[in-house]
Design a protein. Structure first.
Length: 291
């Protein structure tokens, strides 16, 4: 596949998602790079706070129209979508999922607060689970239960992201933790926005972490044994983010210091190696979601 722009964007990002592609065969690795490049592009539009909201809304609408052309055998105008079109056609990626993903990006233009977990989980579904649903079409699967697996794992990964990024999100005026949970644990918005968390905040974070753990566990239990090998990249993602959640837990969810909390490069490389060994040996014991 000729994907210079997609590969360059994926390489530049150095994200955990891009890291997982290394375990895939070349064709699927290239396809995932093109998918990731699309996701990164629309996410960057939504997150560019220096651009007026209405301008970003118009830009996302343009991406929606262009990916529709991509999916419906039209002629996309954006270079990334031109590179992406053969992937979309080969793996029959549906426009409806891309539409949902862009709706998730649009939520970031409209919502700085989430009233309850129902609202938050809709957001998590659109920006994370939908990416999983697109990814499994590229990975290939036999059992349709993989759809539920992708949904559960997406929820788990995004909740982990939210716990990791509380400080950064607050700096942009965003609080993803539900308002009902803030009230339940007697946590004020000010302590999050001012990076001055109380013990109540840490209790709230533990509660959200428990919710994430439940999704990790559900993903592991739902993944069909016959599709475990084909989901090796997704399983690596689950392992990386599970370890990140464990690190957050050990640090008592205090992400308000000067240094961002993340896994070291050697730790990630070790997880890649372990995932490769598990893949090569056909291991079926879970690498995440266990007490």
């Amino acid at each position: 596949m000729n994907l210079p722009h997609s590969r360059a964007l994926t390489k530049k990002s150095a994200s955990n998602l891009a890291l997982a592609f290394i375990l895939l065969p070349r064709e699927k690795r290239d396809a995932m790079s093109a998918l990731y490049a699309f996701c990164r592009a629309v996410d960057d539009v939504a997150d560019e706070d220096s651009v007026p909201t209405e301008t970003r809304r118009t830009q996302l609408a343009a991406w929606r129209a262009d990916i529709r052309k991509t999916c419906e055998n039209g002629k996309p105008e954006f270079v990334l979508n031109q590179e992406f079109q053969p992937v979309v056609q080969k793996f029959k990626l549906p426009f409806a999922l891309f539409d949902e993903l862009i709706k998730g990006c649009e939520m970031d233009l409209e919502k700085l607060r989430y009233e309850n977990f129902e609202e938050l989980e809709l957001y998590c579904h659109r920006v994370a689970s939908v990416v999983g649903l697109l990814s499994i079409e590229i990975f290939g699967y036999k059992n349709p239960a993989c759809h539920d697996y992708a949904v559960y794992l997406g929820q788990a990964l995004q909740l982990t992201n939210i716990l990791r990024d509380v400080k950064n999100d607050a700096a942009r005026g965003r609080i993803y933790l539900p308002q009902t949970e803030l009230k339940k644990f007697n946590v004020s918005e000010a302590e999050i926005l001012d990076s001055n968390p109380s013990e109540n905040y840490f209790a709230l974070a533990r509660s959200v972490a428990d919710r994430a753990k439940n999704y990790y566990s559900r993903a592991q239990k739902t993944l069909p044994p016959e599709d475990r090998k084909s989901m090796v990249a997704a399983e690596l993602m689950g392992s990386v983010y599970w370890q990140l959640l464990q690190k957050l837990e050990r640090g008592k969810f205090n992400v308000f210091g000067p240094q961002p909390l993340k896994l070291s490069k050697p730790h990630k490389l070790a997880l890649i190696f372990k995932s490769w060994v598990r893949h090569a040996t056909g291991a079926t014991s879970p690498s995440y979601g266990q007490p």
